[in-house]
Design a protein around this ligand. Structure first.
Ligand code: 4NP
Length: 173
């Protein structure tokens, strides 16, 4: 993944569609979507960012989000209670610009499904030394708190990477 060349291209666009991807789309990626929506501040001269999330598996299609993710989001003032799980294959023929995988297994599955490698990043590549966002499904509430903190860090870095003015010379907003 060549993050810099990917972003040079994305910064030219009016609109950038970003999909956060995990296995089930009930724990990690819905939290990522909620955090991104909460942290994003639209700017008239920068690309308009749009966020969604999906799972590679489809195991939980149509299901509500895991109550533990809803709870940690709510503790941080973010409401994701209305989200429902969907499979990433829905985006196969869409004009999605960037798929952000939570772990290397998600990344490999996206490649196997035929998504272009130039459009896939690992959340951990955004200032987290390539760390994987661990699957908290079989653990306790502390795992969800750790996931929340990692997502908050990686997503603020991702947003900073795309917060550039399009008018003339690039200027970080
Ligand atoms: P997620 O967590 O990928 O962060 O949504 C999981 C949710 C469900 C399962 C695995 C991981 N599952 O095997 O059902």
């Amino acid at each position: 993944m060549k993050l810099e060349s990917t972003f040079a291209h994305l910064r030219e666009q009016e609109r950038v569609q970003i999909v956060f991807v995990c296995l089930g789309n009930i724990c990690r990626s819905p939290l990522a979507e909620g955090i991104a929506n909460a942290l994003y501040k639209p700017h008239a001269n920068a690309p308009k960012l749009e966020f969604s999330s999906a799972g590679t598996s489809g195991f939980h299609n149509g299901d509500p989000i895991d109550p533990r993710s809803i709870a940690i989001a709510r503790e941080n003032g973010i409401d994701i209670a209305h989200y429902t799980s969907k499979q990433v294959s829905l985006y196969a023929h869409s004009d999605v610009d960037l798929l952000v995988a939570m772990d290397r297994s998600n990344y490999a599955t996206l490649i196997a499904m035929g998504f272009e490698s130039d459009k896939i990043a690992l959340l951990g590549d955004f200032g987290l030394d390539g760390a994987e966002v661990p699957d908290p499904y079989y653990g306790g509430a502390d795992g969800f708190a750790k996931v929340f903190a990692m997502l908050q860090g990686g997503i603020s870095n991702l947003l900073a990477s795309l917060s550039y003015s399009r008018s003339g010379v690039w200027k970080r907003l």
